[in-house]
Design a protein around this ligand. Structure first.
Ligand code: PLP
Length: 382
């Protein structure tokens, strides 16, 4: 019944975890879910108010423009300048997205011919791979290893793959490893893209979720990056707006134009009222972002110290709301935690082969629930 490419989609591991979780809940277990990368905190009220006002204005009830409202793209440009020191022409170098997933899912359509390679981190956000397959491209996995601080070894990519590669996905701060980029790596990536004539798509969904004073850079602030790259960004994680579906692609005008042409044939833009709310988010007070990070930081410290007290080896992340922990067998570990302690974690293998041997905890549950989870694990290990 289905097209062949449907067979190339990975077995949806997350669906299986959901089933196991539902079975536990049906048995009356009080499940603590660290699986979902979706903030439990609400969208700040001033943003919700801006949506309500805009939703009541009939001028916002029509088809939006494909590229996004001029005011929205100008707000993105001002935010990029203030936050990263990156200057963007709102007309040509900014495109509204229905979340960064929209941009990631569609960009290979614009640049990948059958048989072209896309270089994607493993572990990585699963859409890098599936979007490539939908465009009939081939994926070359770049392993992210702890001994390289979860940065890919660009020199290790075989020459015949590099010659056929047209696009590379990168993502720092990284989901699921929570790694940050290190000085020199973005420069190396830009040189690699320039030398090998490929596009870099940097996914910066977590730039604002950071701790201990760390400030994540934009890939676009790297010298030469505007020639070879775009950055996918989003309000989802920064302002607890995952359900709203709004983000932005920023960077090289030619690459933006290609993505924009694909999208104009797929969707009809982001609801104007949501764009007004996004302007309120980007242009308004940012203390809500600092407050969210403070909450995640407290949870991080509770989880990491709790896990360490149980003998696990785990490092506190500098950014993202994930804790990436090595375990012997990730499927067995995750299944055992769910069935014996009512705790959901994501097995690393769900993010590609490179994620084998790890589980991911999302810090999207309260400190109290994290303490409860640690107590359950303590009982389990006795
Ligand atoms: C959450 C996430 C996204 C997608 O977020 P949107 O809601 O579509 O903006 C993209 N990349 C990574 C790595 C993510 O974790």
């Amino acid at each position: 019944m289905y097209a062949e490419r449907m067979g190339d989609l990975p077995p949806y591991l997350f669906a299986r975890i959901e089933e196991l979780k539902a079975a536990q809940i049906a048995r009356g277990v009080d499940v603590i879910d660290f699986g979902v990368g979706d903030p439990d905190l609400p969208t700040p009220p001033h943003i919700v108010d801006a949506l309500c006002r805009a939703a009541k204005d009939p001028r916002n009830h029509h088809y939006p423009s494909y590229a996004g409202m001029e005011q929205y793209r100008a707000a993105v440009s001002r935010w990029y300048s203030a936050r990263f020191g990156v200057k963007l022409d709102p007309k040509k170098e900014v495109l509204a997205l229905m979340g960064s997933k929209d941009g990631i899912a569609h960009i290979p359509e614009a640049f990948i011919n059958r048989g072209d390679y896309v270089l994607a981190p493993s572990p990585g956000y699963p859409v890098y791979r599936t979007s490539t397959l939908f465009a009939e491209g081939s994926v070359h996995e770049m392993p992210l290893l702890p001994e390289r601080d979860f940065l890919p070894d660009l020199a290790a990519i075989p020459g015949d793959i590099v010659r056929k590669a047209r696009l590379m996905f990168l993502n720092y701060p990284n989901n699921p490893t929570s790694a940050i980029t290190l000085p020199g790596f973005f420069e190396e990536a830009v040189d690699f893209a320039t030398d090998n004539d490929l596009i870099i798509v940097h996914d910066n969904a977590y730039s604002e979720i950071a701790y201990d004073g760390y400030q994540a850079p934009s890939f676009l602030s790297t010298r030469g990056a505007m020639e070879v790259s775009v950055e996918m960004h989003s309000l989802s994680k920064t302002y607890n707006m995952t359900g709203w579906r709004i983000g932005m692609a920023c960077g090289n005008a030619g690459i933006i134009a290609g993505l924009s042409r694909v999208k104009a044939n797929v969707d009809s833009g982001v609801f104007d009222a949501i764009q007004h709310a996004a302007i309120a988010a980007l242009s308004g007070p940012q203390d809500c972002v600092r407050e969210a990070c403070r909450i995640y930081e407290e949870r991080r410290d509770t989880l990491v110290s709790g896990l360490r007290s149980l003998g696990y080896t785990v490092n506190p992340p500098k950014a993202t709301f994930y804790v990436w922990m090595p375990v012997e067998d990730c499927m067995e570990f995750a299944t055992r935690l769910l069935n014996e302690a009512g705790i959901v974690v994501t097995p690393g293998i769900g993010f590609g082969n490179g994620g084998d041997g790890y589980v991911r905890f999302a810090l999207t549950r309260s400190t109290e629930r994290i303490r409860e989870a640690i107590e359950r694990l303590r009982r389990l290990s006795q």
